[in-house]
Design a protein around this ligand. Structure first.
Ligand SMILES: C[S@@+](CC[C@H](N)C(=O)[O-])C[C@H]1O[C@@H](n2cnc3c(N)ncnc32)[C@H](O)[C@@H]1O
Length: 290
């Protein structure tokens, strides 16, 4: 499907491939960034549920597809930016690894996958296409397959105490998102996912610049995405914080120890990581096909 948001996304990422390649290097020895935390989370799900095949939608320079190919029989990276696929093919080779250039919305295959992953993807497509993406993923998945994807976190707007917060404060929905944040810190996972859902909709204000040159870069709260996933017959099995902020974004990058602590929260071995979600700029959802 062709529309402005996707055109801008393609233009941006075609030019950004070399830069993205540097940011997405998979190294456990350096400080983890959002990209690496998201990728490590997908790998954790592949290992946990012994998933044997992966399609990574919007694979960028292919780091996740390659890492996954060490644990799967077949790993496929799909991206509509030619420059990303070119770098992925140059950088990574494995006999069970393939990269394909093309949009998910034109992609045709008879293969089925145990896992569909998509990091940094749903923020760049329309709400209608997010629904299409979930339907397409359902079709691509084997019986009992897993859909694992990341999203920017709308709840973080309330705690980032920046321009996003000021815009949220003016909206009627502020109260809902605040309540959702309180629930995250008090309820266990089973109870949280049963709460009354928040409407699946776009952020109703022009978002401040985020460094990616597109007009619309979506953000959602967990209850907004759970709503749509349940309607599409997926069972939510986990929600995980990504890029936890121990201090506000204004000072976050002034000291590596802040990110060290953020990594500590990511790696924390705990049964319940919901309390960290409100303070995380992104989160991951793992959902099983019903
Ligand atoms: C933010 S980057 C994320 C890359 C990678 N998933 C990562 O986390 O490192 C988003 C990627 O999605 C790709 N993309 C966006 N819309 C797409 C579509 N409809 N089909 C395939 N790829 C798409 C872009 O070209 C870009 O490489």
């Amino acid at each position: 499907m062709k529309y402005k948001q996707q055109d801008q996304t393609k233009t941006f990422f075609e030019k950004d491939a070399t830069n993205w390649k540097k940011k997405s290097i998979f190294s456990k020895n350096k400080l983890l960034n959002t990209i690496t935390e998201r990728n490590l989370y997908v790998i954790s799900q592949i290992k946990k549920y012994k998933l044997r095949s992966l399609i990574d939608v919007g694979c960028g320079t292919g780091d996740l597809s390659y890492e996954a190919s060490k644990f799967t029989k077949y790993s496929l990276g799909l991206d509509f930016a030619k420059s990303m696929i070119k770098l992925a093919n140059k950088k990574f080779k494995n006999k069970n690894l393939e990269f394909i250039e093309g949009s998910l919305f034109n992609f045709e295959t008879s293969s089925k996958f145990d896992c569909v992953s998509a990091n940094g993807f749903i923020e760049y497509i329309s709400l209608k296409d997010i629904e299409n993406f979930i339907d397409i993923s359902r079709n691509l998945l084997t019986k009992n397959g897993y859909l694992v994807f990341g999203t920017r976190n709308r709840l973080f707007n309330l705690f980032s105490l920046n321009k996003f917060s000021v815009s949220e404060l003016k909206k009627r929905t502020y109260r809902n998102f605040f309540e959702e944040s309180v629930h995250l810190t008090h309820l266990n996972f089973k109870k949280f996912i049963k709460l009354k859902k928040t409407k699946f909709e776009e952020v109703p204000f022009k978002q401040p610049n985020t460094g990616v040159n597109v007009d619309k870069r979506h953000q959602f709260s967990p209850l907004q995405l759970i709503d749509i996933l349940n309607k599409k017959k997926f069972k939510i099995v986990d929600i995980h914080p990504i890029n936890y902020h121990p201090v506000p974004p204004t000072v976050y990058r002034t000291n590596d120890n802040f990110r060290l602590f953020s990594n500590y929260i990511f790696k924390l071995n705990s049964d319940n990581k919901l309390p960290y979600i409100p303070f995380s700029s992104s989160f991951m959802i793992s959902a099983k096909k019903k």
